[in-house]
Ligand binder design. Sequence first.
Ligand code: UDP
Length: 342
Amino acid sequence: MKDSKYILVTGGAGYIGSHTVVELYENGFTPVIVDDFRNSHYSVIEGLEKITKTDIIYRKIDVCNFNAFENIFIEFSFVGIIHFAAYKAVGESVLEPIKYYRNNLDGLLNCLELAQIYKVHDIVFSSSCTVYGEPKGVNVVTENTSVQPANSPYGNTKQIGEEIINDVINSGAELKILKLRYFNPIGAHDTGLIGELPIGKPNNLLPYVTQTAIGTLEKLIVFGNDYPTHDGTCVRDYVHVCDVANAHVKGLEWLMKQNSNMTDTVNIGTGKGTSVLEIIHIFEKVSEQLLNWEFGNRREGDVPEIYADVTKAEQLLDWKANRNVKDAIFDAWNWELKRRNE
Ligand code: UDP
């Protein structure tokens, strides 16, 4: 299509990527997915086609393979890039650091280099609140809260990724790059056609909860009950994945209005903290069933309490989360039920 506003979405078959593809369509863009499906399923494409009622453009390409990746820039004339493609399991990154550094950094470097060559100026980069580590003396973090030494190779790839971007911008590259630091994305599309689909045993809390409830997993272990929080369990800022997806569209639109080379960083959360026990109780209400869970030891590296100051997202991008934790848990459960009943 001649006048299409093509957006390259690397990792577009993944969890946040797929929800962002829907938001892009709904806002008049034409997403082009580049994903090698090593950590995602083809069924995601079917789900996307049902939701958008259109043929999804996707190419099976490894973004670490420069030549293969370049082909997509030759094929399409992009007006923007959203770079998701990366590994994200903290524990695995400790065991296989080289795999993490190579994949997460090579992919980003190729993306930045190709963006320069093919003059695609506007880029949104997936970063994470993990860059804040354990903030000193505060639970609520702004974008100016100092970054702490990463406590995993995964976290380090996000910190280094941000530094690479800053260096590239400082070098005078004609790029505009927005780094979005996500807090804890949860939930699924309200159609139940796409959602979080971890390959193997999930690491994150919500898929662990829903898979325990459905019987795939036996029991949820709550990691620690003696943290200095209101109920002793860790507090996080859980944000609906569709709100996170929408932040990318708002971010791209904002980038497109900027005149000169720049980079900026924005927190993407709700500004509210929820404890693990509160998540369990909300889940039990929403699903009308009791969850099999018990307290276990603390998990190494867990920060007791962290949530986002979202003032900047509102002021800069005119974005804020429209859904609450209950909505997100409802949609996550709907997705789990729908998937099992198919
Ligand atoms: N958590 C838990 N049991 C699990 C998985 C996670 O108690 O099986 C807790 C974890 O300790 C943390 C919260 O749930 O306090 C969110 O963990 P997740 O891995 O989803 O995200 P993180 O904030 O660590 O990136």
